[in-house]
Each structure stands twice: as C-alpha cells, then as structure tokens.
Ligand binder design. Structure first.
Ligand SMILES: Nc1ncnc2c1ncn2[C@@H]1O[C@H](COP(=O)(O)OP(=O)(O)OP(=O)(O)O)[C@@H](O)[C@H]1O
Ligand SMILES: *[C@@H]1O[C@H](CO)[C@@H](O)[C@H](O)[C@H]1NC(C)=O
Ligand SMILES: *[C@@H]1O[C@H](CO)[C@@H](O)[C@H](O)[C@H]1NC(C)=O
Ligand SMILES: *[C@@H]1O[C@H](CO)[C@@H](O)[C@H](O)[C@H]1NC(C)=O
Length: 350
C-alpha cells in the first residue's frame, strides 16, 4: 500500500512525459519546417554577387557549358551562328534570335553606320562590365558590326506585366519577387556607379518604356543590364560631368537638372545646357521600382514602406539624394521586416 503511489507515479510518469515532449518536439519541428518553407517560398535563393560561373576576361560560359570558351571571332560568328528571326530593334541595333551549337543566342547587327560610335561604345562597355549584372557576351565582329550575346526568352523588362500575368508565372507574381526585382534593378545601378570603368550613368533612359527596354528579364526572374550604348563617365575628382544627348528633355521622368533651366523665353542651346552627375539615375529609381512592384496584393504595402527612401530619391537637389547603395540597404531592410512580419503572422495561425 505504501509503495503503490510511488509505483503509480513512476508508472504514470513515463507515459505522461513522452506525449508532452513529443508534442513540443513536433511543434518545434513544424516551426522549423515552416520557417524553411516560408523562407524558400517567399525569397527564392538567388545567385550570389560573386558568380561561381565566372570566366576570365575574354571568355564566356552559358547554359550547360562545362568550360569557359574564348569570345567567338569574326570567322566563328560568320560560320557557326545561324540567324533565325528578328526579336527586337532599337535605334542602334537589330536583334535576331539565333543558334550557336545547341544554344539560343542573340545576334545584334548595327542598324545604320551613323550609329557606329554608339555601337562601339556599347560593345566596349559590354566587354568591360561582364559579370553577374550584365548580359553575357559571346563574341563580336567589328568588321561586320555584329555582337553575339546570350538569349533571354522573356525579353526586355517592358514585357514584365504580360509575362507575370501568364498563369504559369502566377507563383512568382508576388510582392516578394517583385521587390526582389526592384533590388536587382538598384543593384545594377549601384554596380554602374561603382564599375571597373568608373562611375557610369545610364543615359538611355529618358522615359519609362525606354528605360525598361535597356534591361532583360531572365528565366530565373532576375534582371540584367543589356543595352550599354550610352554610359558616359562621371569623375567627381576631375570634375567630369555628363549630358544625356544634345537635345532638350521634357517631363518629370527625367531629373530636374536634366531640364533646360533658362525658361521658355530663351531657346534651348546645347552648349549652354549645364551638365550633371549619376544622381539622375537615383531620381528615376522610384518610378522604375513602382512599375516593378505592379498592382498586386501587397504592392501598396511595400510602396508604403518605401515611401521615405523614394521621397529622398526625389530631392530637387541631386547631392541630397541617397546613393544606390543606400537605397539597396533600405530595400533589404524593408524586405527583411515584411518577411518577418509575414512569418510571425503565419506562425500565429498554427
Ligand atoms: N539577349 C537578348 N535576349 C532577348 N532579347 C533581346 C536580347 N537583346 C536584345 N533583345 C531585344 O531587342 C531589343 C533591342 O535591343 P537593344 O536595346 O540592344 O537595341 P538598341 O538599338 O541598342 O536600342 P536603343 O534604341 O535603346 O539604343 C531589346 O529591347 C530586347 O527586347
Ligand atoms: C492579364 O490577364 C487578364 C485576364 O487573363 C487580362 O484581362 C488583362 O488584360 C491582362 N493584363 C495584362 C497587363 O496583360
Ligand atoms: C578621375 O580623375 C582623376 C583625376 O584627374 C584621375 O586620376 C582618375 O584616374 C579618373 N578616374 C577615372 C575612372 O577615369
Ligand atoms: C537559372 O536557374 C537554373 C536552375 O535553377 C540554373 O541552372 C541556371 O544556371 C540559372 N541561370 C541563371 C542565368 O542564373
């Protein structure tokens, strides 16, 4: 009789404790799993900035290629590349979907000899700025005025809405992926402002459609700079500033310092037009990011969180605008904050 309670306790204890511990363990496991799933679902793993597929200068690797190959020569471009169909045309280049070996490639041909300087500048930039932010160069032939690059079937960023509207891409049409695209875009601007060729300004961007057409959307839903035909150099230590073209610009997509400052009474004269710096790219970030965020569930919540940094980008005084690096850091913080909020909400629902 004296031993029974003890026995009972001993007998009960092993039975009572394991279910409780087990339940806790299962809950912990579910939380961890959920955490990992959410993380994976909301923020797809991205390529790191240090590209593991990086090739030495003058070489490339695309698709399933095991090794880096030297840029193709005129001879190779003429004999090994089969032109299929035209996929795009701008002021400088006519672009054809083409085939090289088993790869889909983009063959760009100069449209008119008048544009040769822009074409050569673009080629020089393409050669010098190869890396994770720029379309891969496969070869070129200055004698034939041709450039061969990797082909991206989703085309330019102008097609983003139509592409994300397709039912097969509904899973990436989320504010998380769209904010990630905006981060890609600002990363490219940041790269151009700190490039191996100095501070470069994306001049070919006097309106939103034009700006979007300079970038490609990859099948992995990241953004690459593609058209580098107008990237003049800013050098603050030597006082070198830029002007995007020789014509008068209008509208509020371009930065205020790009507008003719002397009023309507005085006709525009290029030599009187003041030059400016890379902060014109910062002015344009809110408009491009807003396009990238689109109008889906969550877009406006993200826009609300980006309000202050975007307001700073729109400072009338260029030097008061943040750097691309500042903008990128703020975007990252907003992404982290909103992701944590979504995850704690999801955990509460358990
Ligand atoms: N590698 C590629 N993969 C898929 N589409 C491409 C590729 N390169 C170019 N295109 C398409 O061709 C269009 C024109 O190309 P690109 O911008 O290089 O021409 P451009 O003459 O330099 O244009 P611009 O008038 O802006 O100077 C792009 O907007 C894009 O739609
Ligand atoms: C998206 O798809 C819907 C229905 O399929 C269509 O009504 C709408 O116009 C499309 N929008 C765009 C931008 O393509
Ligand atoms: C910028 O100008 C300084 C001073 O003239 C010069 O030393 C430097 O090399 C220039 N930088 C670039 C990227 O051209
Ligand atoms: C895109 O993703 C696929 C598979 O996830 C990968 O093999 C490929 O290298 C990626 N391409 C780029 C350009 O990142």
């Amino acid at each position: 009789m004296e031993k029974q309670p003890q026995n009972k306790r001993r007998g009960l204890a092993p039975r009572e404790v394991p279910p409780a511990v087990g339940l806790l363990l299962i809950m912990a496991l579910m939380n961890t799993l959920l955490y990992l799933c959410l993380d994976h679902f909301f923020i797809a793993p991205r390529q790191s900035i240090v590209d593991p597929r990086h090739c030495p200068y003058g070489h490339f690797r695309i698709g399933q290629m095991k090794n880096c190959s030297p840029w193709l020569s005129c001879e190779e471009l003429r004999t090994e590349v089969r032109q299929l169909k035209r996929v795009g045309e701008g002021a400088v280049k006519r672009v054809f979907l083409s085939e090289w070996k088993e790869h889909k490639v983009a063959l760009s041909r100069l449209t008119s000899l008048e544009m040769k300087d822009d074409f050569l500048h673009g080629l020089q930039m393409l050669k010098s700025l190869q890396g994770a932010h720029v379309v891969t160069l496969l070869g070129y032939c200055e004698d034939d005025n041709t450039i061969l690059t990797e082909y991206h079937p989703l085309g330019s960023l102008s097609n983003l809405e139509e592409t994300l509207n397709l039912s097969k891409y509904q899973n990436v049409n989320t504010w998380q992926h769209r904010l990630q695209l905006a981060m890609d875009y600002v990363s490219i601007i940041n790269y151009l402002h700190h490039s191996p060729m100095g501070t470069r300004v994306m001049c070919d961007s006097n309106d939103l459609p034009k700006t979007l057409s300079q970038y490609l959307l990859t099948s992995n839903f990241s953004i690459l700079a593609n058209d580098l035909d107008a990237l003049p150099l800013v050098n603050h230590s030597s006082g070198t500033l830029v002007k995007c073209g020789h014509r008068e610009l209008h509208g509020d997509f371009v930065a205020p310092e790009q507008l003719w400052p002397y009023g309507e009474d005085m006709p525009f004269r290029d030599n009187l037009m003041p030059s400016y710096d890379e902060k014109i790219d910062i002015w344009k970030i809110p408009d491009i990011s807003s396009f990238l965020l689109g109008h889906i569930e969550g877009s406006d919540m993200v826009r609300f969180h980006l309000f202050d940094i975007h307001k700073a980008c729109k400072s009338q005084t260029p030097s008061e605008r943040p750097t691309a690096q500042d903008v990128l850091e703020t975007y990252q913080k907003v992404l982290d904050t909103l992701r944590d909020a979504v995850m704690s909400q999801a955990r509460e629902m358990l």
